[in-house]
Design a protein. Structure first.
Length: 136
């Protein structure tokens, strides 16, 4: 995806999805450079970001990351984030897997995430250390 966004290294995620919130905590813990910031799709900022990239905020089917001035979704988003974390750079090799195959696996998890992992009643609230990295 080539849509531009003024902020960089922002991860858009589903704030009521338990799996998605755990993903954000996973990234925040390993992102020692504190490169990435986070926004729930349910926040005002997240809604604007989602709409700019054609993601339905009421029924999100993907996370997204803005990196290097570009937006990545589905498996590209996950691999882009992982490949910039210390100890996870090896995941860049997974870009060699054809995108339709990677996205098919991603879509199966995305469609079933609430059923498998559950859903919060309200958006996940980050701890104090992570709050400075949240964009609302």
């Amino acid at each position: 995806m080539t849509t531009q966004w003024p902020d960089d290294d922002v991860i858009l995620y589903d704030g009521v999805c338990i799996f998605c919130s755990r993903w954000i905590r996973f990234v925040a813990t390993r992102d020692v450079e504190r490169r990435f910031r986070f926004t729930a799709i349910q926040s005002g900022y997240g809604i604007r970001l989602a709409q700019a990239f054609g993601i339905d905020p009421a029924d999100p089917d993907t996370n997204a990351v803005v990196h290097g001035g570009r937006t990545y979704v589905r498996s590209d988003a996950a691999l882009t984030v992982l490949s910039h974390l210390p100890g996870w750079r090896w995941t860049r090799a997974l870009f060699a897997v054809p995108k339709p195959l990677r996205d098919a696996v991603y879509n199966v998890v995305a469609r079933n995430r609430y059923r498998i992992f559950g859903k919060y009643e309200a958006c996940f609230v980050p701890d104090q250390a992570m709050k400075a990295r949240v964009m609302e």
